[in-house]
Design a protein around this ligand. Structure first.
Ligand code: NAP
Length: 285
């Protein structure tokens, strides 16, 4: 089948909040591909039947969002990344086989590469806040890129401990009250918690102990300019935001479904930022 006429979708419950249609339909227009990308609101009890009939519904693949990512993993042939993260967010049909991956790993790494080139030349120590699904994607990616030591700090220490067991001796667990000490040696701080998101409590930490060469990454993208990133910028540190990760993680799905590897452009970023943060965004060119 040519790329024209192909369709993909994002499956969630609810799904109205997903920015994936904005991103993929922008690329379809930009590359002049006569495909389509839709939202599909599917209840948890209907998810298995839905993905088993993806092809009959006219889809070559799909993104999967809350609450279906673990079910998507179980119902497909996952790659190493999806297995390590324990969740799949991208599905595609390879002949009749439904395959899956987790593109948060490459989304995080590519955004970091774009925002802080050569960050991994001295990737000795990283502090990761949080121990949920996003933290697993970040830790898997950082280990793949050679980071020597990862200190995981989480409200619930048992969840951080699970990550230490899963990812091995490069991962250490530290309590919140040891954060200052951990930051003093960190070349990268990554927030993978929901703190700082619209509707969630703020993330109040003192970036003072971070070395001057440190980078601060926040996975939160609503708002785009989080207090954490503002504090890092005020300290003169390099930053990588959650919107950049969101855009970079979408690249692989589009390439798999429509056969063109799309570019993350300033124009796309401005479009999605205007949708996420209408008051703060610059006008779309
Ligand atoms: P998750 O599995 O539910 O994990 C949530 C994490 O936040 C846990 O570590 C949790 O700690 C912590 N947390 C929640 N409320 C807290 C509080 N009041 N105080 C301290 N810690 C708290 O969620 P997730 O899927 O990992 O997603 C986490 C964030 O990453 C979300 O904001 C999501 O939007 C973002 N994300 C962004 C991208 C992107 O492309 N930019 C991709 C994936 C995820 P406990 O373990 O103690 O509960």
């Amino acid at each position: 089948m040519s790329a024209a006429g192909r369709a993909a979708c994002v499956i969630g419950w609810p799904v109205a909040h997903s920015r994936s249609p904005l991103i993929h339909n922008y690329w379809l227009r930009h590359y002049g591909i006569a495909g389509d990308y839709r939202r599909e609101a599917v209840k948890p009890e209907d998810f298995a039947a839905f993905v088993r009939t993806l092809s009959a519904r006219g889809y070559v693949g799909a993104n999967v969002t809350v609450p279906h990512k673990e079910a998507a993993l179980a119902l497909s042939e996952p790659d190493e990344r999806a297995r390590a993260v324990g969740a799949a967010n991208t599905l595609w049909l390879d002949d009749d086989v439904l395959r899956s991956t987790n593109t948060d790993v490459e989304g995080f790494l590519r955004n970091l590469d774009a925002c802080a080139p050569q960050w991994d030349r001295r990737a000795d120590e990283v502090v990761v806040l949080g121990a949920g699904g996003a933290a697993r994607a970040v830790i898997f990616g950082l280990i793949e890129r050679g980071v020597a030591r990862l200190v995981v700090v989480n409200r619930t220490p048992e969840r951080a401990e699970l990550l230490r067991r899963q990812f091995g001796p490069r991962v250490e667990v530290a309590p919140w009250d040891a954060l200052s000490r951990a930051l003093a040696d960190a070349m990268l701080l990554v927030n993978t918690t929901t703190l700082g998101m619209h509707g969630q409590p703020p993330l109040d930490i003192d970036l003072g102990p971070l070395p001057d060469r440190a980078i601060v990454a926040d996975l939160v993208y609503a708002p785009v300019r989080t207090k954490l990133l503002a504090a890092a910028t005020a300290r003169g540190l390099r930053t990588a935001d959650g919107l950049g990760m969101l855009l970079h993680q979408a690249v692989r799905g589009f390439a798999l479904w429509f056969g063109t590897t799309p570019e993350v452009t300033g124009e796309l970023r401005a479009l999605v930022e205007a949708d996420l943060d209408p008051a703060a965004a610059k006008p779309v060119p």
